[in-house]
Write a protein that binds this ligand. Structure first.
Ligand code: NAD
Length: 332
């Protein structure tokens, strides 16, 4: 039976990279029936919101979505349309793998890290206001419930993927209540998983060590803001934003999307890298149990990525977005 999946092309470079990913996934033999729904800046004029109800209804019905990046239109009352989508579907775990890719030359080899970022609270809760004219306040919210479920998610992921260590990242030495609670909960949950090594690391030290000795880390779990920053750092270790996939996962729904945004200045030029979107699609295929199709795409990438004439500019290549997809399809 076909898997029904919501497909959101998004804004900016979104439609180009989503089309490339859809073509590669269809050619891989995966049995997917796409339900295309438009969201983001482009539907604002018609619906008065970048996130009309039909978008959430489609994802709730299909349970799984692959999306392109969306621009948050200025002056909509939305802090970010992506944050709003994650909140509305309670997609509490943001999973961002960073793995060295064959033929993609960086300063490091054999990187294989996963950032598990809490997706629903912290400074992203949006509780922010002016205090008079000359001061502003943003409230950092950390709860036991959200901390427990994200740390447990990280350990379950580590177990499922046969990984050895989970590192909890925090700044509990300074934020003794908020990050202190996150760390205390992380230690409690870690005790339930004696088969997996646990350590904690202060976020500034973590940033330094990720650059010096990234091979020492495995699965990392952290509150929202540190996850936003460190997952981009990890993307940089393996080739930049053009190659970094991601997934937003909750107990009921899963939305797969690249780490990068809609890069408006590159839109419509058929030049950006579709790989982050394609790899997000590979994560989706594994989530759906389409492991053969996922493996087929990964094998094709080992043939395509080392060839400069088959990859896009950001990887030192000359291919257009659609041509890179064509090459991957040819090597499936
Ligand atoms: P961005 O990630 O869109 O782009 C930053 C730069 O990274 C680009 O100018 C480009 O040089 C490079 N880049 C990004 N994707 C690339 C790709 N596939 N191939 C090659 N190079 C690539 O960040 P931004 O400019 O800060 O944000 C633009 C918009 O995207 C904003 O409206 C922001 O809110 C939104 N955004 C959306 C998401 C999402 O949908 N999940 C995530 C981040 C940002």
């Amino acid at each position: 039976m076909a898997h029904r999946v919501t497909l959101i092309p998004g804004d900016g470079i979104g439609p180009e990279i989503v089309e490339a990913a859809r073509r590669v996934i269809d050619a891989s033999g995966a049995n997917i029936e796409w339900e295309v729904v438009e969201a983001g800046e482009k539907v604002m004029a018609e619906y008065g919101t970048p996130l009309p109800d039909y978008v959430l209804e489609s994802i709730k019905k299909n349970k799984v979505a692959l999306k392109g990046p969306m621009t948050t239109p200025i002056g909509t009352g939305f802090r970010s349309v992506n944050v709003a989508l994650r909140k509305a579907l309670d997609l509490y775990a943001n999973v961002r793998p960073a793995k060295s890719l064959p033929g993609v030359v960086t300063r490091y080899e054999n990187i294989d890290l996963i950032t598990v970022r809490e997706n629903t609270e912290d400074l992203y809760a949006g509780v922010e206001h002016m205090v008079g004219d000359d001061a502003a306040e943003s409230i950092k919210i950390i709860t036991r419930k959200a901390s427990q479920r994200i740390v447990r998610f990280a350990f379950e992921l580590a177990r499922k993927e046969g990984r050895k260590k989970v590192t909890a990242v925090h700044k509990a030495n300074i934020m003794k209540y908020t990050d202190g609670l996150f760390l205390a909960v992380a230690r409690e949950v870690a005790a339930e998983y004696p088969d997996i090594e646990f350590e904690d690391m202060i976020v500034d030290a973590m940033a330094m060590k990720l650059v010096q000795t990234p091979e020492k880390f495995d699965v990392m779990v952290m509150p929202n803001l540190y996850g936003d920053i460190l997952s981009d750092l990890c993307a940089g270790l393996v080739g930049g934003l053009g190659v970094a996939p991601g997934a937003n996962i909750g107990d009921e729904y899963a939305v797969f999307e690249p780490v990068h945004g809609s890069a408006p200045k590159h839109a419509g030029q058929n030049r950006v890298n579709p790989l982050a979107e394609i790899l997000s699609g590979v994560m989706m295929l594994k989530h759906l149990g389409e492991v053969d199709a996922a493996a087929k795409i990964e094998r094709a990438l080992t043939k395509v990525l080392p060839n400069k004439d088959m990859v896009t500019y950001d990887l030192g290549g000359t291919a257009k977005t659609s041509e890179m997809a064509d090459y991957i399809i040819k090597h499936l």
